[in-house]
Design a protein. Sequence first.
Length: 282
Amino acid sequence: FTKLFTVDDATRKQLAKNVQAVSEFAANHPGKVTFLLAPSASVIYPEELPAGAPMVDENAMLDDIFAKVGQSADVIDLRGTFTDLKDEYLYFKTDHHWTPNGAYRAYEQFCSLKGLTPFDRAAHEPITVTDFQGTHYSATRLWNVENDEITYYPLDSLMTIYKITGEAAYEPETTENIVNMQKFNTRDKYAAFLDGNNGYSTIEGRGTGSILVVKDSYANSFVPYLTENYAKIGVVDFRNFKYGLDSTIEKEGYDEVLVLYNFQTFIADTNLIYISRPSTLS
């Protein structure tokens, strides 16, 4: 588990800014925005925490976040679903991310909300990558660790990664598969999904309409499933995209927006405030 014993004043102030930014953005795009905040593994498996571990009350914070953002956006609260499915492999043991199975269970809830037919895993042959040791292993180096596995579905969908040159201005740099299988041979195997955290990229899907995903790295293993439902998927990561979204949404004509973060990134992210920046283009 990722340790979170305290939330300091600076983080609480940042959280308030982030909630306000997402709420304002959703209010400016009525009916378009869905907000999915993944709970920490410690919320789903509290019985596995060390006895007396003084974790913050994440449930209370999630309740407050969902109540505020839910006034202007659709929200997806995964706690009930994940608790019901807690016997499944939802989170990696040696890494802070959810597994592709956890991402799929979240994707099913998204499809249920949107009235979409989920990607049929039974109709595709999965590939399993073994011996994954993630960020938690790197921090602890425990001798008796059990390595994780990454099971994914090889899809034909192509992704174009762009070089950002200004607001709503980008040039294509590379076009590749949405899963960079070469990165499964490296230490950071999770980076194979979407080839890491690029500022702006677009993906070709097999569905209809378009969606823009605003995300942290939890979305990287979630987004490939969306190729079943949308013809075009845009992906923005504010670590490498320092502009508001209004001009990009207008230019690219996105029908929907999904904001997908995990709780611990969301409360402290200093870049998310860009989401509500007004366009500077005339």
